[in-house]
Design a protein around this ligand. Structure first.
Ligand SMILES: Nc1ncnc2c1ncn2[C@@H]1O[C@H](COP(=O)(O)OP(=O)(O)OP(=O)(O)O)[C@@H](O)[C@H]1O
Ligand SMILES: [Mg+2]
Length: 225
């Protein structure tokens, strides 16, 4: 554990199935195995992150707490407890719909990462997610709003739709990350193994994408320090 402040990274969008849990678990494992004290808080009642971690033995050392949705103050207490014992990265996986759990995660986040698939619906819903964030910020005047980044996920490389989506998001002014996650079997299979591409095949394409994305996010987090 280090003395650096614990950063809360919420993976959030109001679009279901956009790749939140995949992103949360891959990034958290990347940070953990890079030597950073990292924990996940699973705020989704489906408990997908928790189930993922328990599907095998490779992520057993990663702390994955669940946040009871009926207890409004639980997230605040859990984050404070993790910070107190020195966790540097606290990754929050959220439900894919407007819910107290999602609003709570947005309220506590230092950095919000919004995954978007290359589809017209995801593009429109991205706007809803940003509206929701603006609403949360407006309710807390004087409190520093979270830094926000958008990331393309489940991208089929070199397709017209992927290029079009990138152009549209940038033209609309969204803070799009340079690195993205492609649609790969390695990501889809990972939850069944209780592991992540970075541990299963560290030199594989999926692992390299997570590594590049994690490094880009580290730079964003460092800029915030
Ligand atoms: N980059 C990817 N390549 C291939 N499959 C992916 C990728 N990302 C996610 N998937 C698959 O897409 C489905 C949805 O992904 P995931 O569960 O991560 O999304 P989610 O946003 O957490 O969904 P929910 O809103 O239900 O919580 C899963 O079957 C997952 O394995
Ligand atoms: Mg999920």
């Amino acid at each position: 554990m280090t003395d650096s402040p614990g950063r809360v990274v919420a993976i959030a969008t109001v679009k279901g199935g956009s790749g939140k849990t995949t992103l949360a678990m891959c990034l958290a494992a990347r940070w953990l195995y890079a030597g950073r004290a990292t924990a996940v808080i699973d705020t989704d009642p489906q408990r997908s992150a928790r189930r993922w971690a328990f599907a095998g033995s490779q992520l057993e050392i990663m702390r994955v707490d669940v946040c009871p949705p009926e207890d409004g103050d639980a997230l605040t207490r859990q984050i404070a407890a993790l910070r107190r014992v020195g966790f540097e990265r606290i990754v929050i996986d959220t439900p894919g719909y407007r819910s107290p759990a999602l609003l709570g995660a947005l309220t506590h986040a230092d950095l919000v990462v919004v995954p978007v698939r290359p589809s017209p619906v995801d593009f429109e819903v991205a706007a809803d997610t940003f509206d929701l964030m603006r609403g949360v910020t407006a309710e807390r005047p004087g409190v520093q709003p979270p830094t926000v980044r958008m990331v393309l996920t489940q991208v089929t490389p070199r397709t017209v739709i992927a290029g079009h989506m990138r152009d549209e998001l940038i033209a609309a002014g969204y803070p799009l990350l340079t690195h993205e996650l492609s649609h790969r079997v390695a990501f889809a299979e990972a939850p069944f193994t209780g592991s992540v591409p970075g541990l299963i095949d560290p030199r594989g394409a999926a692992a390299r994408e997570v590594e590049a994305l994690g490094a880009e996010l580290d730079a964003v987090l460092e800029e915030m320090s």
